[in-house]
Ligand binder design. Structure first.
Ligand SMILES: Nc1ncnc2c1ncn2[C@@H]1O[C@H](COP(=O)(O)OP(=O)(O)OP(=O)(O)O)[C@@H](O)[C@H]1O
Ligand SMILES: [Mg+2]
Length: 413
């Protein structure tokens, strides 16, 4: 039978792999690039949809158009099937994500000379929440995207399970391991026992928290106050003041909502806020961000600041020169901690729930294996070390382990 491809469609980055002589091989997404940013850019002038690195470059270059990221988070919501006007065309998110997956399919076929009609796709253990009505719909939506991309057979496997299979291919010791996959949109856990015949999955669990939530929390706490969040407005009539409404700041800090913030209503509302503000210089920055469509630039700057602060850089800051030359927001380790500690609590709880599902104690877990870009946050491994002090902690190929495991599982006889 023709080979199936394994695709890890990620919130932030995507990757694909297939098997060569029984071993997974990544599809190169560009020179030296094993993953592709899950990003889109609708170019106003050329009317083309750019995908991945060229989309990021277009945003960076200030090309006229619409940028989108974190669309995986939209799966399962009513937005998926609504036709929306994006510049010159009316499309649904199913069409848009379908284009992205088609690009991976086309690239994989050109690279390998094979035809891939079958795909084993990763999926988070939980997209929204176990009892959430959007949960089942999210997988159906993702399937629709793969069909739109031209695949004829679509199967799914939980992402951490795929990572467990990839790690089990290297280790057959019989011990119990825990995959902790903290990506851009979700955190997923797989408890497994490795053995000569591959891995036995003991429990899968997930929570909807990832690096995009870390970015959002940091952005809201550190950047948005510079744009007037938490400041006050004079009342239109009478005396007294009222606080600025939070919604616009929250949306502007939420990756998947940014493209929808630039509306004439918001522009008018912010102009009025500038007029009534006690600190108009801050609200004027918000007006600039709307006018110049700088939401994604702020979000990327926040993400860079997060990674720099986590990496122990001296005087870590979120650089905001795109709004105003010389403007920046300090981001100390303490600030990072303050913004992310509640997410850390949710991660600890997630790991404990996974243990409970398998009826295991923490001291029975011999190794904790980290997957996903956000597992590089010190906060994540600190939390896991506190829970599993006796385990061996190691990092997998954080960006490619899931795709590797999918390629193996897709073609198991
Ligand atoms: N060096 C780093 N330190 C901390 N965080 C990082 C680092 N590099 C990347 N990240 C974060 O990792 C996240 C992306 O990770 P990854 O590519 O594993 O996610 P994904 O697979 O696309 O998402 P998901 O699996 O949740 O759908 C981003 O939020 C990014 O900010
Ligand atoms: Mg991932």
């Amino acid at each position: 039978m023709a080979q199936a491809i394994g695709i890890d469609f990620g919130t932030s980055n995507s990757a694909a792999a297939y098997l060569v002589d029984g071993r997974p091989r990544m599809i190169p997404m560009g020179p030296g690039q094993m993953t592709m940013p899950t990003t889109f850019f609708f170019d106003q002038e050329t009317r083309r949809t750019l995908i991945g690195e060229p989309a990021n470059q277009a945003l960076l270059d200030g090309v006229e158009g619409r940028f989108m990221r974190a669309l995986k988070r939209v799966l399962g919501t009513s937005l998926m099937h609504e036709k929306r006007q994006i510049l010159h065309e009316r499309v649904t998110f199913v069409d848009i994500i379908g284009r992205f997956l088609n690009q991976i399919k086309t690239r994989a076929e050109a690279e390998t000379g094979l035809t891939f009609d079958r795909v084993l796709s990763g999926r988070p253990v939980v997209f929204h929440g176990q009892d959430d009505p959007r949960e089942a719909q999210a997988e159906q939506d993702l399937r629709a995207c793969y069909l739109a991309a031209g695949f004829t057979h679509v199967d799914f496997m939980p992402e951490p399970q795929a990572a467990a299979i990839a790690s089990g291919a290297l280790d057959q010791s019989g011990g119990i391991g825990l995959i902790v996959d903290v990506g851009g949109g979700t955190s997923d856990f797989s408890l497994f026992r490795s053995g000569a015949n591959g891995v036995e999955i003991l429990a899968n669990h997930g929570v909807r928290i990832g690096g995009t939530d870390f970015d959002r929390a940091i952005n809201i706490d550190r950047v948005m106050p510079l744009l007037g969040k938490g400041s006050v407005l004079r009342k239109v009539m009478g005396d007294g003041t009222s606080p600025t409404p939070n919604a616009i700041f929250n949306d502007l800090a939420t990756w998947e909502k940014i493209p929808f913030v630039y509306t004439p209503q918001n522009t008018r509302m912010v102009a009025e806020m500038v007029r009534l503000a006690q600190e108009p210089e801050k609200l004027s920055r918000l007006a600039t961000v709307l006018e110049d469509e700088l939401g994604h630039d702020l979000a990327f700057a926040t993400e860079r600041g997060k990674i720099a602060a986590n990496g122990g850089q001296d005087d870590p800051r979120i650089m905001l020169d795109m709004i105003q030359l010389g403007l920046s927001a300090p981001l100390t380790p303490q600030d990072l901690d303050d913004s992310l500690s509640r997410h850390g609590d949710q991660l600890s709880e997630g790991a404990q729930v996974t243990l409970g599902m398998a009826g295991l104690r923490a001291d029975q877990v011999g190794q904790v294996i980290y997957v996903g870009g956000s597992s590089l946050m010190t906060m994540v491994s600190d939390r896991m070390r506190a829970l599993f002090p006796d385990a061996q902690h190691s990092f997998s190929e954080v960006f490619t382990a899931v795709a590797d495991g999918l390629a193996i599982a897709a073609n198991r006889g």
